[in-house]
Structures are given as structure tokens and as C-alpha cells.
Ligand binder design. Structure first.
Ligand SMILES: [Zn+2]
Length: 306
């Protein structure tokens, strides 16, 4: 996550110039001094556009509280692997996510720091290799007290620990969120799972092909995915059976396993592992970024020493 994204800064500046300029020209035609009115919409557009970068810049000057750092150290295996500069950037991403997402407890759930940290840490893990990325989709997270069904009620048939929507909040049950990082090597992490779905929502719906995969390689991705889903159905995969439910579920379960059991995945599913390393630009076995030539390392921490 960047403090300022170059593309949005450019868009904001251009919009301010065009709208401000248009108002200035119209004003000047009425009376020359009214041309200064163009400054008003220009300044408003700049103020709105720069609000988030300024907020991030202020946050980046503060440190993540030591209790939160301790929590990350004991719960998130990637974090202690990172070199100091990369660790600082990880902490900054956690701060941005905790600040910019709204967290709400439903049916009596109290939103505690560990719940917020659990979600923010998963986002920081997914984005770490790709500093230019942001998490797509909704910035609202609801915590339910227990499993829910399609109608969002807890009932005898309640089967969901989490749900992500293309538009709408991310829903997670508080117990499953806590379980996710309590054992970060069991390949069962509802937060990574639901956030992974966010990368998969695009115009085609959730199809297991993340929208950020280059169109040229989408075909290869689908071929690999079909083959790996067959392995799941035939009991020849380390991915849990739910991965065969649908292509979108395959991707989300694969992401959980990639980050929680990277050595095992590299041993048993080398091609899938390599595809995910290429997608996330990160090798979770070492915590090192694997930048592509088009995305050279920045911040002096591209090839971190573990
Ligand atoms: Zn899912």
C-alpha cells in the first residue's frame, strides 16, 4: 500500500485543473475578477483527493503499538521473517487497514484489538509482495458471534464462518477469526480465505481467476486450476476438499494453504506454488519478495534477507 498512489494523484490534479479552469473561464467572462472563483472547486477537489494520502502520511509517522507488534510476532509467521525495512512497511500496512476499514460487531460481539489486527494482518500478508496494490472491494467488516446460513441467521444448518461480497461487507465469525491465527500452519484461515475472494471479483464474477492476473496468462491459470481441482476430487491434493466446490473456492483455499503451509505446497504442488509466488510476488517460505522486471524493488528492501 502506498501513501500516495501516483495514478490517483494524477487524476485528482487533472480534475482540479479542468474543473477549476472551467469555472475560472466562465467566471472571467462574466467579470474578470470572478475568474478567481475557479480556485474554490479546484481546492475542494484537491482537499478531498488528498485526504487519504495525508491521513496515511500522518499514520506512517507513528509506530504500531508494541502490543500489536508482539501479537504479530506470535501469530503471523511471515512477520518475524521480514527484514527491518520490510517489517516497518508491513506494520504500516496494518495501521492503514485498521484505520481505513470499519469494523462492527453484530449480535453482541465486541470488536477487540485482536479481531481488528487479525483482519488487518491478513490484508498486509496478501499485499506485502505488491506494494502498489490495495485490497479491492468493500471496506466494511462485520463480526458475527457464530456460524450463519445464507440468510445470515444462525440456525441448525448454519455452515458459514465467513462470506465476502462483491459489493457489501465482509462477514466473519469472531471465533473463526481467532482460530485463523491461533494455529497459522493448519491451512485453515477464514480471513485469508475471504480476503482472497476479493481479488477474484470482477466483471465475470468470482471465477477463480483473480482480476489482477494478466489476460495473457488467464488461460494458463485456468488450465492449472482445472488440473489441481481434479487432484482435489481424486484425493491427490493437500488442499482440503472444499477447494473442489467451485473455481472461486479453489483459489481461496489455495491462498490459505500457500501462506500457511508453503513448504508442503511447494513439495506437492510445485506449479501451483510457483503461480501463486508469481501472483503475490512473495515467497512465504522466506518472506522475500520476488519482484518482476516490471516492478523493481523499492524502499531498499526488495530482496530482503530473512
Ligand atoms: Zn469461499
Amino acid at each position: 500500500m502506498r501513501i500516495v498512489r501516483r495514478s490517483s494523484l494524477l487524476t485528482t490534479s487533472l480534475l482540479a485543473i479542468v474543473v477549476g479552469g472551467a469555472v475560472a473561464v466562465i467566471g472571467a467572462q462574466i467579470r474578470l475578477e470572478l475568474g478567481f472563483l475557479g480556485l474554490v472547486p479546484g481546492a475542494i477537489i484537491l482537499a478531498v483527493g488528498l485526504r487519504q494520502p495525508l491521513r496515511r502520511w500522518r499514520l506512517a509517522r507513528t509506530s504500531l503499538p508494541t502490543e500489536a507488534q508482539a501479537w504479530l510476532r506470535t501469530h503471523v509467521p511471515l512477520y518475524p521473517q521480514l527484514a527491518p525495512a520490510a517489517r516497518t512497511r508491513f506494520e504500516r500496512d496494518v495501521q492503514f487497514l485498521m484505520d481505513e476499514y470499519s469494523f462492527e460487531g453484530v449480535q453482541g460481539v465486541t470488536v477487540t484489538d485482536d479481531l481488528r489486527l487479525s483482519v488487518a494482518a491478513a490484508g498486509a500478508v496478501l499485499l506485502h509482495g505488491r506494494p502498489d496494490w490495495e485490497l479491492p472491494g468493500s471496506r466494511s467488516v462485520l463480526f458475527y458471534p457464530r456460524r450463519f446460513n445464507d440468510a445470515y441467521y444462525d440456525s441448525a444448518d448454519a455452515a458459514y464462518d465467513g462470506m465476502a461480497h462483491q459489493q457489501g461487507p465482509i462477514i466473519l465469525t469472531a471465533p473463526a477469526v481467532r482460530d485463523s491465527w491461533a494455529d497459522a500452519a493448519d491451512a485453515d484461515n477464514v480471513v485469508l480465505h475471504e480476503l482472497a475472494h476479493l481479488f477474484d471479483f470482477d466483471n465475470e464474477g468470482a471465477d477463480g481467476v483473480p482480476s489482477l492476473v494478466a489476460p495473457a496468462s488467464a488461460g494458463d491459470w485456468q488450465t492449472l486450476m482445472r488440473r489441481e481441482m481434479r487432484r482435489v476430487r481424486n484425493g491427490q491434493s493437500i488442499l482440503r476438499p472444499y477447494a473442489a466446490e467451485a473455481p472461486s473456492e479453489f483459489f481461496a483455499v489455495a491462498v490459505e494453504t500457500f501462506f500457511e503451509q508453503p513448504d508442503r505446497m511447494a513439495d506437492h504442488h510445485a506449479e501451483l506454488f510457483a503461480a501463486l509466488v508469481a501472483f503475490f510476488h512473495l515467497d512465504p517460505r522466506t518472506g522475500r519478495r520476488t519482484p518482476s522486471p516490471a516492478s523493481a524493488p523499492t524502499e531498499g528492501e526488495g530482496m530482503e534477507k530473512a
